[in-house]
Design a binder for this molecule. Sequence first.
Ligand code: NAP
Length: 255
Amino acid sequence: MAGRRLLILGGTGEASALARALAEAGDWAVTTSLAGRTRTPAALPGAVRIGGFGGADGLAAYLRAERIDRVIDATHPFAATMSANAAAACARLGLPLLRIERPAWSPAPGDRWIDVADAGAAADWLVAALPAGSAVLLTLGRQEVAPFQRCPDLRFVLRSIEAPAAQDLPPDCLLLSERGPFTLHGERALIDRHGIRAIVAKNAGGDATAAKLAGAREAAIPVLMIRRPAPPAMSDATGAVADIAGALDWLSRPR
Ligand code: NAP
Protein backbone atom coordinates (compact mmCIF):
# COMPACT_ATOMS: atom_id res chain seq x y z
CA MET A 1 0.00 0.00 0.00
CA ALA A 2 1.45 3.35 -1.09
CA GLY A 3 2.12 5.49 1.97
CA ARG A 4 4.49 8.22 0.86
CA ARG A 5 3.00 11.09 -1.04
CA LEU A 6 4.57 12.55 -4.17
CA LEU A 7 3.54 15.62 -6.15
CA ILE A 8 4.65 15.68 -9.79
CA LEU A 9 4.47 19.10 -11.43
CA GLY A 10 3.59 17.93 -14.90
CA GLY A 11 2.69 18.93 -18.44
CA THR A 12 5.51 17.02 -20.17
CA GLY A 13 6.10 13.54 -21.55
CA GLU A 14 8.56 12.90 -18.73
CA ALA A 15 5.93 13.72 -16.10
CA SER A 16 3.42 11.32 -17.67
CA ALA A 17 6.01 8.55 -18.06
CA LEU A 18 7.06 8.96 -14.44
CA ALA A 19 3.45 8.78 -13.21
CA ARG A 20 2.98 5.59 -15.23
CA ALA A 21 6.20 4.00 -13.94
CA LEU A 22 5.29 4.80 -10.33
CA ALA A 23 1.75 3.47 -10.73
CA GLU A 24 3.22 0.09 -11.69
CA ALA A 25 5.64 0.04 -8.74
CA GLY A 26 2.99 1.20 -6.24
CA ASP A 27 5.40 2.64 -3.64
CA TRP A 28 4.20 6.22 -3.88
CA ALA A 29 0.76 7.82 -3.83
CA VAL A 30 1.17 10.12 -6.82
CA THR A 31 -0.65 13.33 -7.68
CA THR A 32 0.20 15.00 -10.99
CA SER A 33 -0.48 18.71 -11.27
CA LEU A 34 -1.25 20.26 -14.67
CA ALA A 35 -1.43 23.94 -15.51
CA GLY A 36 -4.59 23.37 -17.55
CA ARG A 37 -3.07 24.70 -20.79
CA THR A 38 -4.66 21.93 -22.90
CA ARG A 39 -8.37 21.24 -22.75
CA THR A 40 -7.98 17.50 -23.32
CA PRO A 41 -4.87 16.31 -21.44
CA ALA A 42 -3.80 12.70 -21.97
CA ALA A 43 -5.12 10.30 -19.29
CA LEU A 44 -2.75 9.71 -16.37
CA PRO A 45 -2.67 7.09 -13.62
CA GLY A 46 -2.90 8.33 -10.04
CA ALA A 47 -4.59 11.53 -8.91
CA VAL A 48 -4.60 14.57 -11.19
CA ARG A 49 -5.25 18.18 -10.17
CA ILE A 50 -5.55 20.99 -12.70
CA GLY A 51 -4.87 24.74 -12.46
CA GLY A 52 -2.53 27.15 -10.70
CA PHE A 53 -1.88 27.00 -6.95
CA GLY A 54 -1.76 30.76 -6.43
CA GLY A 55 2.00 31.40 -6.50
CA ALA A 56 4.61 30.02 -4.11
CA ASP A 57 2.39 30.74 -1.07
CA GLY A 58 -0.51 28.80 -2.58
CA LEU A 59 1.75 25.91 -3.48
CA ALA A 60 3.24 25.82 0.04
CA ALA A 61 -0.29 25.75 1.51
CA TYR A 62 -1.25 22.91 -0.85
CA LEU A 63 1.87 20.87 0.00
CA ARG A 64 1.15 21.25 3.72
CA ALA A 65 -2.57 20.47 3.43
CA GLU A 66 -1.96 17.41 1.26
CA ARG A 67 0.94 16.19 3.45
CA ILE A 68 3.21 15.83 0.42
CA ASP A 69 6.55 14.14 1.22
CA ARG A 70 8.46 14.95 -1.96
CA VAL A 71 8.05 17.02 -5.10
CA ILE A 72 9.29 16.37 -8.61
CA ASP A 73 9.32 19.36 -10.92
CA ALA A 74 8.85 17.78 -14.35
CA THR A 75 7.48 20.92 -15.98
CA HIS A 76 8.43 22.16 -19.44
CA PRO A 77 11.90 23.77 -19.62
CA PHE A 78 10.17 27.10 -20.38
CA ALA A 79 7.79 26.96 -17.39
CA ALA A 80 10.18 29.09 -15.32
CA THR A 81 7.60 30.65 -13.01
CA MET A 82 6.25 27.29 -11.88
CA SER A 83 9.77 25.99 -11.29
CA ALA A 84 10.74 29.07 -9.26
CA ASN A 85 7.56 28.73 -7.18
CA ALA A 86 8.31 25.07 -6.54
CA ALA A 87 11.86 25.90 -5.42
CA ALA A 88 10.61 28.65 -3.08
CA ALA A 89 7.75 26.62 -1.56
CA CYS A 90 9.85 23.48 -1.01
CA ALA A 91 12.73 25.48 0.49
CA ARG A 92 10.28 27.12 2.91
CA LEU A 93 8.85 23.76 4.04
CA GLY A 94 12.17 21.86 3.92
CA LEU A 95 10.68 19.42 1.39
CA PRO A 96 12.95 17.47 -0.96
CA LEU A 97 12.54 18.71 -4.53
CA LEU A 98 13.95 17.18 -7.70
CA ARG A 99 13.90 18.85 -11.09
CA ILE A 100 13.86 16.80 -14.30
CA GLU A 101 15.85 18.94 -16.70
CA ARG A 102 15.60 17.62 -20.22
CA PRO A 103 18.92 18.37 -21.98
CA ALA A 104 18.70 21.28 -24.43
CA TRP A 105 19.25 20.77 -28.15
CA SER A 106 22.53 21.96 -29.61
CA PRO A 107 23.30 22.69 -33.26
CA ALA A 108 24.77 19.97 -35.51
CA PRO A 109 27.05 20.56 -38.51
CA GLY A 110 25.05 22.18 -41.31
CA ASP A 111 22.55 23.82 -38.94
CA ARG A 112 21.89 27.51 -39.27
CA TRP A 113 20.50 28.53 -35.90
CA ILE A 114 19.82 32.10 -34.86
CA ASP A 115 19.89 32.33 -31.07
CA VAL A 116 17.09 34.61 -29.81
CA ALA A 117 15.89 35.54 -26.32
CA ASP A 118 12.16 35.36 -27.01
CA ALA A 119 9.41 35.36 -29.63
CA GLY A 120 9.66 39.15 -29.99
CA ALA A 121 13.33 38.93 -30.94
CA ALA A 122 12.49 36.18 -33.45
CA ALA A 123 9.82 38.41 -35.02
CA ASP A 124 12.31 41.30 -35.30
CA TRP A 125 14.84 39.06 -37.05
CA LEU A 126 12.23 37.78 -39.52
CA VAL A 127 11.10 41.30 -40.45
CA ALA A 128 14.70 42.36 -41.11
CA ALA A 129 15.85 39.21 -42.94
CA LEU A 130 13.03 37.74 -45.02
CA PRO A 131 11.43 39.12 -48.19
CA ALA A 132 7.70 39.86 -48.12
CA GLY A 133 5.55 36.80 -48.79
CA SER A 134 8.03 34.33 -47.22
CA ALA A 135 6.49 31.47 -45.27
CA VAL A 136 7.57 30.81 -41.67
CA LEU A 137 6.73 27.81 -39.50
CA LEU A 138 6.00 28.72 -35.86
CA THR A 139 6.28 25.77 -33.47
CA LEU A 140 5.23 27.62 -30.34
CA GLY A 141 2.62 27.62 -27.62
CA ARG A 142 -0.53 29.62 -28.16
CA GLN A 143 0.65 32.27 -25.67
CA GLU A 144 3.73 33.15 -27.74
CA VAL A 145 2.20 34.08 -31.09
CA ALA A 146 1.16 37.71 -30.64
CA PRO A 147 4.67 39.20 -31.36
CA PHE A 148 4.42 37.93 -34.97
CA GLN A 149 1.66 40.44 -35.64
CA ARG A 150 4.53 42.84 -36.26
CA CYS A 151 5.35 40.85 -39.46
CA PRO A 152 2.23 41.60 -41.56
CA ASP A 153 4.04 40.85 -44.84
CA LEU A 154 5.04 37.29 -43.93
CA ARG A 155 2.96 34.14 -44.19
CA PHE A 156 2.85 31.97 -41.07
CA VAL A 157 2.06 28.34 -40.46
CA LEU A 158 1.47 27.90 -36.72
CA ARG A 159 1.71 24.41 -35.28
CA SER A 160 0.35 24.36 -31.76
CA ILE A 161 -1.56 21.87 -29.60
CA GLU A 162 -4.29 24.44 -28.97
CA ALA A 163 -5.33 27.36 -31.18
CA PRO A 164 -4.44 30.81 -29.82
CA ALA A 165 -7.07 33.51 -29.34
CA ALA A 166 -7.99 34.99 -32.74
CA GLN A 167 -6.80 38.47 -31.72
CA ASP A 168 -3.28 37.13 -31.10
CA LEU A 169 -2.78 35.80 -34.62
CA PRO A 170 -0.75 37.53 -37.35
CA PRO A 171 -2.90 38.46 -40.38
CA ASP A 172 -1.77 35.62 -42.66
CA CYS A 173 -1.64 32.55 -40.46
CA LEU A 174 -2.58 28.94 -41.14
CA LEU A 175 -3.29 26.94 -37.97
CA LEU A 176 -2.21 23.32 -37.60
CA SER A 177 -3.52 21.83 -34.36
CA GLU A 178 -1.11 18.94 -33.87
CA ARG A 179 0.63 17.20 -31.00
CA GLY A 180 4.02 15.47 -31.40
CA PRO A 181 5.88 13.23 -31.83
CA PHE A 182 6.73 14.31 -35.37
CA THR A 183 8.77 12.37 -37.97
CA LEU A 184 11.45 13.65 -40.35
CA HIS A 185 9.34 12.39 -43.24
CA GLY A 186 6.41 14.48 -42.03
CA GLU A 187 8.54 17.56 -41.36
CA ARG A 188 10.10 17.40 -44.85
CA ALA A 189 6.63 17.24 -46.38
CA LEU A 190 5.42 20.18 -44.28
CA ILE A 191 8.43 22.34 -45.25
CA ASP A 192 7.96 21.50 -48.95
CA ARG A 193 4.18 21.88 -49.02
CA HIS A 194 4.21 25.38 -47.55
CA GLY A 195 7.56 26.56 -48.98
CA ILE A 196 8.81 27.24 -45.46
CA ARG A 197 11.79 29.67 -45.39
CA ALA A 198 12.45 29.73 -41.60
CA ILE A 199 11.32 27.91 -38.46
CA VAL A 200 10.79 29.46 -35.04
CA ALA A 201 11.20 27.02 -32.15
CA LYS A 202 11.78 26.99 -28.41
CA ASN A 203 14.80 25.00 -27.27
CA ALA A 204 12.61 22.38 -25.63
CA GLY A 205 15.04 19.47 -26.10
CA GLY A 206 13.94 15.83 -26.33
CA ASP A 207 13.17 13.54 -29.27
CA ALA A 208 9.45 14.14 -29.80
CA THR A 209 9.79 17.45 -31.66
CA ALA A 210 13.43 17.29 -32.83
CA ALA A 211 12.70 16.15 -36.42
CA LYS A 212 11.99 19.73 -37.51
CA LEU A 213 15.65 20.55 -36.80
CA ALA A 214 16.84 17.84 -39.20
CA GLY A 215 14.21 19.02 -41.70
CA ALA A 216 15.54 22.59 -41.51
CA ARG A 217 19.12 21.33 -41.92
CA GLU A 218 18.18 19.39 -45.06
CA ALA A 219 16.27 22.33 -46.52
CA ALA A 220 19.12 24.75 -45.56
CA ILE A 221 16.72 27.14 -43.84
CA PRO A 222 17.39 29.01 -40.57
CA VAL A 223 15.92 28.04 -37.20
CA LEU A 224 15.19 30.92 -34.87
CA MET A 225 15.93 29.12 -31.61
CA ILE A 226 14.44 30.72 -28.53
CA ARG A 227 16.84 30.08 -25.68
CA ARG A 228 15.71 28.61 -22.38
CA PRO A 229 14.95 30.73 -19.35
CA ALA A 230 17.47 30.37 -16.51
CA PRO A 231 16.71 27.41 -14.22
CA PRO A 232 15.63 28.26 -10.67
CA ALA A 233 18.23 28.68 -7.92
CA MET A 234 18.66 25.44 -5.98
CA SER A 235 18.66 24.91 -2.23
CA ASP A 236 20.47 22.04 -0.45
CA ALA A 237 17.35 19.85 -0.66
CA THR A 238 17.08 20.32 -4.44
CA GLY A 239 18.70 18.34 -7.21
CA ALA A 240 18.35 17.92 -10.94
CA VAL A 241 18.41 14.87 -13.19
CA ALA A 242 18.15 14.55 -16.98
CA ASP A 243 15.48 11.84 -17.23
CA ILE A 244 12.94 9.68 -15.42
CA ALA A 245 15.53 6.96 -14.65
CA GLY A 246 17.32 9.58 -12.53
CA ALA A 247 14.03 10.52 -10.88
CA LEU A 248 13.18 6.89 -10.04
CA ASP A 249 16.65 6.48 -8.53
CA TRP A 250 16.16 9.64 -6.41
CA LEU A 251 12.79 8.35 -5.17
CA SER A 252 14.32 5.01 -4.19
CA ARG A 253 16.81 6.71 -1.87
CA PRO A 254 15.93 7.66 1.73
CA ARG A 255 15.77 11.45 2.13
P1 NAP B 1 4.83 29.21 -16.16
O1 NAP B 1 4.99 30.55 -16.78
O2 NAP B 1 5.98 28.64 -15.42
O3 NAP B 1 3.58 29.17 -15.18
C1 NAP B 1 2.64 30.21 -15.04
C2 NAP B 1 1.67 29.78 -13.97
O4 NAP B 1 0.89 28.68 -14.42
C3 NAP B 1 2.33 29.28 -12.69
O5 NAP B 1 2.74 30.36 -11.86
C4 NAP B 1 1.23 28.43 -12.11
O6 NAP B 1 0.22 29.24 -11.55
C5 NAP B 1 0.64 27.78 -13.34
N1 NAP B 1 1.27 26.49 -13.63
C6 NAP B 1 2.27 26.20 -14.51
N2 NAP B 1 2.55 24.89 -14.50
C7 NAP B 1 1.70 24.32 -13.60
C8 NAP B 1 1.48 23.00 -13.14
N3 NAP B 1 2.18 21.96 -13.63
N4 NAP B 1 0.53 22.81 -12.19
C9 NAP B 1 -0.20 23.84 -11.70
N5 NAP B 1 -0.04 25.11 -12.10
C10 NAP B 1 0.89 25.36 -13.03
O7 NAP B 1 4.40 28.15 -17.27
P2 NAP B 1 3.31 28.23 -18.46
O8 NAP B 1 2.60 29.56 -18.42
O9 NAP B 1 2.49 27.00 -18.42
O10 NAP B 1 4.20 28.10 -19.74
C11 NAP B 1 5.39 28.78 -19.96
C12 NAP B 1 6.09 28.17 -21.15
O11 NAP B 1 6.13 26.73 -21.04
C13 NAP B 1 5.42 28.44 -22.48
O12 NAP B 1 6.49 28.62 -23.39
C14 NAP B 1 4.67 27.18 -22.81
O13 NAP B 1 4.50 26.98 -24.19
C15 NAP B 1 5.61 26.15 -22.22
N6 NAP B 1 4.88 24.89 -21.95
C16 NAP B 1 4.14 24.74 -20.82
C17 NAP B 1 3.48 23.54 -20.61
C18 NAP B 1 2.61 23.33 -19.38
O14 NAP B 1 2.01 22.25 -19.26
N7 NAP B 1 2.50 24.29 -18.46
C19 NAP B 1 3.58 22.50 -21.54
C20 NAP B 1 4.34 22.70 -22.69
C21 NAP B 1 4.99 23.90 -22.88
P3 NAP B 1 0.18 29.62 -9.98
O15 NAP B 1 1.27 30.63 -9.77
O16 NAP B 1 -1.20 30.13 -9.76
O17 NAP B 1 0.46 28.34 -9.21
